[in-house]
Design a protein around this ligand. Structure first.
Ligand code: ADP
Ligand code: NA
Ligand code: MG
Length: 364
């Protein structure tokens, strides 16, 4: 999607991906580098072909980005941002130092430390791998003192830290774009419904009331302003029963909870990311429809069945499909998303409801 936006802007984008030209971005771009985004040689090769390096995943090799910056190559957002964010524990420490509200957390290098966290906060608590986590992989819920060993073993070998359980009433998210001059602009707040720790649907605008939406937007903007470099950022937050907003985590890149912007906002997250890193004027972040819903399409192991859902969805007025072009529909893999738009949320729900696209636990 970033490659599509680049083409619209008259910019050549070259992706680095293990599948090269066959990757989702490679299918759209003119040229692709085949290789790992953790391989210094491949990142160097990419850098030699580009004026600006950017990323759509934070689990890249940060050392090489730092080295390239030292040689005068532009990396956006800055490697300092990537380094801070790719370690969730470091990220949380940074946010506390920047005056951002986050839940309690503590370092737990040993199993005994996890038990100490349990004594301090009670159970359940959330054990998290500091690095390389996504879609809930890297997290383990510790239900009670007896579950400490098992959770610790499940995430075995990794550097871990613990978070106090947040009994959130809702998860919300917001995209914030940051220009190369450090100016930020926030998109609308969305309801982010997770199923099994994977984003299932987003609803925009979030159904939280103007005051909370404003509070969340201010928190997210402050968090992004505390980082370094240009680009788009996805900010995940919790609403607490006490009516507070807590930051969960920030992604230094286009984000699943920002996919709806393509159909629903003045300028989509991918184009705005490119505008930001290219030093172009930022695009508008306002909604241009009354209501939108984004639904992730996960692989179920069978390509034909996964695709069948799509034709069903396209029968709905106001539905738009983004098929990523991944070769295999492995179970749980993000294969596509569908965005639905309507004038009102009531109209949207009425349009979508008859098609049985929404699973249990998601908004119906
Ligand atoms: P990932 O990097 O996989 O997105 P997150 O840290 O965002 O991991 O956690 C995934 C999901 O787990 C969150 O969206 C939320 O539903 C739940 N979660 C994370 N941290 C906590 C917490 N401290 N308390 C309760 N639920 C949490
Ligand atoms: Na994450
Ligand atoms: Mg997350």
């Amino acid at each position: 999607m970033m490659a599509e936006a680049a083409h619209r802007l008259g910019v050549k984008l070259i992706p680095l991906d293990p599948e090269g030209k066959a990757s989702p971005a490679g299918q759209v771009a003119e040229l692709a580098v085949e290789g790992s985004f953790r391989d210094p040689e491949k990142i160097n090769e990419l850098a030699s072909l580009c004026d600006i390096l950017t990323m759509e995943i934070e689990h890249v090799n940060c050392e090489i980005l730092e080295e390239l910056e030292g040689r005068g190559v532009r990396v956006e957002p800055s490697s300092r941002t990537v380094r801070t964010i790719q370690d969730k524990y470091l990220q949380k420490q940074h946010m506390v130092e920047s005056g951002i509200a986050v839940g309690d957390f503590m370092d737990t290098p040993t199993e005994q430390d996890v038990a100490k966290a349990g004594e301090r906060w009670g159970y359940p608590l959330m054990l998290k791998a500091k690095k390389l986590a996504y879609d809930g992989r890297g997290n383990a819920v510790v239900k009670d003192a007896a579950g400490v060993s098992e959770a610790f073993a499940k995430l075995g070998g990794k550097d871990l830290y613990a978070e106090k359980w947040v009994p959130f009433t809702k998860e919300v998210a917001i995209m914030v774009v940051r220009s190369d001059g450090g100016e930020t602009a926030a998109y609308p707040l969305v309801d982010a419904v997770q199923l099994d720790s994977i984003c299932h649907t987003t609803l925009a605008p979030a159904d939280v009331g103007a005051a909370l939406a404003e509070q969340a937007s201010a928190l997210a903007s402050k968090a992004v302003a505390s980082l370094w470099g240009a680009g788009i950022f996805g900010v995940e937050m919790f609403l607490t029963p006490e009516g507070d907003v807590l930051l969960n985590e920030v992604a230094p890149r286009p984000h699943n909870t920002g996919h709806y912007t393509y159909e629903a906002c003045e300028c989509d997250q991918f184009e705005n990311h490119l505008r930001a890193i290219l030093g172009l004027p930022l695009g508008g972040t306002r909604l241009r429809v009354g209501a939108s819903m984004m639904l992730n399409v996960l692989g179920n192991g069978d390509m034909a069945e996964t695709k069948a859902l799509m034709s069903k969805a396209l029968a709905i007025p106001g539905a738009a499909l983004h098929w990523y072009g991944k070769a295999e529909a492995r179970k749980g893999r993000k294969m596509a998303h569908i965005t639905f738009c309507a004038d009102t949320m009531e109209e949207l729900r009425a349009r979508v409801a008859p098609y049985g696209l929404l699973q249990d636990g998601a908004p119906q």
